[in-house]
Each structure stands twice: as structure tokens, then as C-alpha cells.
Ligand binder design. Structure first.
Ligand SMILES: [Zn+2]
Length: 568
């Protein structure tokens, strides 16, 4: 079966083939590097990684571009607060994102590109749009005239009739002829980074960077463009308008949007304060592979409810798969015989996995396929029906499955150690739990933060009511502007609170040590002591050592070849 994907543009599931050759040209909207990405953001990035890996599994060559938004209101504001030049400030968060990417086993895109390295290209595209009559200048800024682009709204299918010309609903001081119009070039403001251009000094708008970097590295028509569902409007709609107005060609053939990560029925968002960064979760003792598994376990078009219970289950599922893999690696086969039910069972599992993934990347079903196999194979082995030729057949299914899911290798601790986020200590200094200081002081618990969050939710609800009206009176339009400003102000206050509580200053964004674990040599030494105790018949002492290690997060396994250990 061919790979089928839900395309937001056509609102249906369609068979996917790249435009040319075997190469998939894919653009994925990346992070704004003003802070750590939270795991709501990472749900989208994990989805994009699963998509990328499955395309490669299907033997396509992938050429992926991910942008790093390193200039916008938030990066400028936070850099100023940190008393750092914009580039130095954003570089730190690019490094942080890179570390998070490695921890979550996200493959590196062929091009990870910074917006500020492409300002010249952006100016050129704006010039093309200007020559074709799609722009106008106002207050030193350049705007895109949306009504000139006939296809506007075709991606998001949004009803724009409520947004009437003449109403000022913009949230900043710039003047637009029509509220739907969006800024391509922002006039320089006092104290902000600026670039010279034929339109005067200023900086690019956010939307133009994606059009420019996508077309620069991938050509005028992409195979796949993806991002979180909240980007469909206005961001992706604006990307289409700019790109297609300039080239006259379709900008992207397939648009894939990942649904939100939810916490208690609300979208996880920085602006709502209900978020966890990857580091928050690691410091609480959760493994990056478990987080990856949890984020990948639900179909990308369904909201995923984040819970700690879900994370624990993810960890258990991974353990089950790892245990299964070591069992089929080590199990003595009953016979060297060729044919066996298990081999056809393995072939069936592989087919079920591929069919699930072909069916619009149904990860939940792909997980089900492998766990059904684990259950059946364990039963067969318990009954002594395991043949030598079953071993490679079963291992092959696991290997194929893990090419996409990427959670079977137990590399969490070694990566954390490489990144300087893990410190090994001696047993005398190891606290009872292996996670020394779970952060209980998250802003969501803070009462001032709670108050602001409620205020923010109230403005959001009132705004939603207003924007649901098709035709608004002048009064209502003014009210909408007022509410938007209030909402923005509250959100800023919330973000500042988060900022203060999370970081002591510009150096605060270094990851630092998140976890302390018992050193490997220390564990080996303890195991030797325990073995000696057992040999001399002192089982009480041996048990004491086992328990001591367990409290320090180390689990012992006695095998024929001696005692092995692993971290919880
Ligand atoms: Zn984008």
C-alpha cells in the first residue's frame, strides 16, 4: 500500500508521492529561540521526526529545512532583559534546542537555518512582491495587501468576513489598511536590532522568513510543509500568500498539522503557564525516551492529553520491549528447525506496522502491532516453541519498528552525561531517590501566576465571544482592540514571572546538572561486596546491599553469567 497522508489544504487523506524523483522536500516550522521549548512544542517536533523517519523507512530521500526564529518581539525583549546582544542571546537557546533534540532522538534536519542569516533574501522577496503590486508602505513598514491575493484562506478555510476593512485590530502601533494585512518589513524602533533595506531600516516580519528559507533550499514548490495546528492561520496562510504571489506556483503540495498537547483539557502553551520543558521532566526523574514515546503514542491529528501517569506507562512499555528484545536475543531455541508459526507471526506484525504507518501515520496502531507480537511470541517461547530461525525474524521486526519510534536503545543516561546534565556521585552522598531535587516551585503553583492565568483566560473567553460575531459594531471593534491589548499585557506579566522564577540571570539558561546518579564504578564495587557476602553465606548483608542500591535507583539482575545492573 502507498503512504497516505491527511492534507489540510484539500481536507482529505491523499496518496503521497514526491513531485520529483525519490526526494521529499520538506519544510517544518521550527522554534522561536527566546526560551526553552516546552513539550507541547516537542509534540510537533516528535511528529515531524516520525514523519521524516517513516519517509526514510519507505526509502525516500528526505531533504528537510527547519527554521530557527531568532528575531521577533519575544527574542528582542528577552535579549534586552538578559543584557545580551540578540545573536548571543538566541545562540544559547539554539544550543539548548540542539541538546533537547539529541535527548529526544530527533534526527537533525539537513538544514537548520537562522532567520537573521537570510535577511538579504527576505528583502529580495519583498522587492519582488512590491514590483508585482502586493505591498504598500505605512509608517516606515511594508505590508502585504491580502485582498490582492485571491486564494487567501484556502488552507485554513477561515471565514474572514468578520474582519472588516477600516477596523484597527492590530496589537501594535503599526497602521494597516486592512486588519487582514500582515507586515513584511517592520520599521526600525528605538533600541531594537535593525537591518538596512531599500524600504528603510528595520527588521523582517515572522512570516516572510519561512517562505524565503523554504524556497531557497527546497525550490518554489515543496512536497510537504508541516507545523503545529495553531500555525495554520495566520502563519501558513500568509506563507502561501507571499510565496504564491511571488512565484505564481503552488507553494506546498501537502500541509500536515499536528494537534495540540493538552493539560487538563487546555492546550499546553507558554502563554497559559501550564507547560513543562523537557528539562523540567528530566529533573523529576523522567527519561527522554519515555517522553518521546508518550508524545508519539497518539495519532498526530488527535489532541494528546499529557499526564504523569501516561509518562509512567510509556516507560513501562519501553521496558517491556527491551526485555522482550533481550529475551529473543538470549533465549535457547528448542530446535534448529526452519518453519515455524512465529516467523509468519513476525511477518504479519511487520505488515500490520507498515499498514498502520501508511494509513496517515497511525502511530497508536503501529504500537499495537508490535505489542501484539510481543504477547504472542512470549507465549510461544513459554511453550517451548521457539526455533533458531525465529530469532532473526523477530529481531528484524523490532529493528524496523525502532527505526521509526527510536526508543529501544537505552542511551538516556549516557546522553545526559555527555551534555553535562547528569552528575555521578558516591553512595554516601546519594539521597534516597535518584532524582535529588524535583522542582516543586513551578510557576503554575504560584498564586500570583494563577491569578494572572485566570485573568488571561477571562480576556481570551471574552475575545472569543466577540470574534464569533459575523458583523461587529464600531463599539465592539474598539472593545476587541482593548481586550487584545489587555490580554497581551497579562501574558507579558506571566512570562516575566516565569522568567524570574526559572532563571537567575543571563547565565541561568545553561542546563546545568539535572540529575545525580550513583557512579558506575561505585555500583561495581558494591556488587563485588555483595557477591562476597553471598559466597560466605551472609545473605542478610547481601540483601542489604541490594536494597541500598535499589534506593539509589539501581536494579540488580542475577544471571548465570554473574550479576548485571541497570538504572531504574
Ligand atoms: Zn513557519
Amino acid at each position: 500500500m502507498a503512504l497516505r497522508l491527511y492534507n489540510t489544504l484539500t481536507a482529505q487523506v491523499e496518496e503521497f508521492q514526491p513531485l520529483a524523483d525519490n526526494q521529499v522536500r520538506m519544510y517544518t516550522c521550527g522554534p522561536t529561540v527566546y526560551d526553552f521549548a516546552h513539550i507541547g512544542n516537542f509534540r510537533t517536533f516528535v511528529f515531524q521526526d516520525i514523519l521524516r523517519r517513516y519517509l526514510k523507512y519507505r526509502e525516500y530521500q528526505v531533504r528537510q529545512v527547519m527554521n530557527l526564529t531568532d528575531v521577533d518581539d519575544k527574542t528582542i525583549r528577552n535579549a534586552r532583559e538578559a543584557h545580551l546582544p540578540l545573536r548571543d542571546f538566541t545562540s544559547k537557546y539554539i544550543d539548548a534546542f540542539e541538546a533537547d533534540r539529541q535527548l529526544l532522538n530527533l534526527e537533525r534536519p539537513e538544514f537548520s537555518v537562522r532567520a537573521t542569516d537570510h535577511v538579504e533574501d527576505m528583502v529580495k522577496l519583498i522587492q519582488v512582491l512590491a514590483e508585482k503590486g502586493y505591498t504598500y508602505a505605512s509608517g516606515g513598514s511594508i505590508y502585504f495587501r491580502v485582498e490582492k491575493f485571491a486564494g487567501y484562506g484556502k488552507l485554513s478555510k477561515i471565514d474572514l468576513s468578520g474582519m472588516q476593512a477600516g477596523a484597527r485590530v492590530d496589537t501594535d502601533e503599526y497602521e494597516k489598511a486592512n486588519p487582514r494585512d500582515f507586515v513584511l518589513w517592520k520599521a526600525a524602533k528605538e533600541g531594537e536590532p535593525r537591518w538596512e533595506s531599500p524600504f528603510g531600516p528595520g527588521r523582517p516580519g515572522w512570516h516572510i522568513e519561512c517562505s524565503v528559507m523554504a524556497m531557497k533550499y527546497l525550490g518554489e514548490t515543496l512536497d510537504i510543509h508541516s507545523g503545529g495546528t495553531d500555525l495554520a492561520f495566520p502563519h501558513h496562510e500568509n506563507e502561501i500568500a507571499q510565496s504564491e504571489a511571488a512565484t505564481g506556483k503552488p507553494f506546498a503540495r501537502f500541509w500536515l498539522h499536528a494537534e495540540h498537547l493538552m493539560v487538563n483539557g487546555e492546550r499546553m502553551a507558554k502563554s497559559l503557564g501550564n507547560f513543562f520543558t523537557l528539562r523540567d521532566l528530566i529533573a523529576r526523574g523522567h527519561k527522554p525516551t519515555a517522553i518521546r514515546y508518550h508524545l508519539a503514542s497518539v495519532h498526530f491529528r488527535k489532541p494528546l492529553n499529557f499526564t504523569f501517569e501516561g509518562l509512567h506507562q510509556a516507560q513501562q512499555s519501553i521496558e517491556r520491549l527491551r526485555t522482550f528484545r533481550s529475551r529473543i536475543t538470549l533465549e535457547n531455541s528448542g530446535s534448529s528447525g526452519e518453519s515455524s508459526q512465529l516467523q509468519s507471526r513476525a511477518a504479519e506484525a511487520r505488515r500490520a506496522f507498515e499498514e498502520a504507518m501508511d494509513d496517515n501515520l497511525n502511530t497508536a496502531e503501529a504500537l499495537g502491532a508490535v505489542f501484539d507480537l510481543v504477547r504472542d511470541a512470549n507465549t510461544a517461547m513459554d511453550q517451548g516453541q521457539f526455533h533458531e530461525a525465529d530469532r532473526p525474524a523477530l529481531l528484524d521486526v523490532l529493528e524496523r519498528w525502532d527505526r521509526v519510534f527510536a526508543v529501544l536503545e537505552d542511551t538516556d543516561y549516557s546522553k545526559l552525561q555527555e551534555l553535562g546534565m547528569l552528575r555521578t556521585v558516591e553512595i554516601s552522598t546519594t539521597p534516597a531517590a535518584h532524582a535529588p531535587s524535583p522542582r516543586e516551585d513551578l510557576p503554575a503553583q504560584d498564586s500570583e501566576f494563577q491569578r494572572l492565568a485566570q485573568e488571561h483566560a477571562r480576556y481570551a473567553a471574552e475575545l472569543e465571544q466577540l470574534s464569533g460575531k459575523r458583523h461587529r459594531t464600531e463599539q465592539e471593534q474598539l472593545e476587541e482592540v482593548r481586550l487584545k491589548k489587555l490580554k497581551l499585557r497579562v501574558r507579558d506579566q506571566m512570562e516575566n514571572l516565569v522568567h524570574q522564577s526559572e532563571r537567575g540571570g543571563p547565565e541561568g539558561n545553561k542546563a546545568g546538572v539535572l540529575l545525580e546518579v550513583l557512579a558506575g564504578e561505585e555500583i561495581e564495587k558494591r556488587i563485588q561486596e555483595r557477591t562476597a557476602a553471598r559466597q560466605s553465606g551472609d545473605y542478610a548483608r547481601a540483601d542489604e546491599i541490594r536494597q541500598e542500591l535499589q534506593r539509589a535507583g539501581v536494579i540488580l539482575e542475577d544471571t548465570k553469567g554473574g550479576t548485571r545492573w541497570k538504572r531504574k
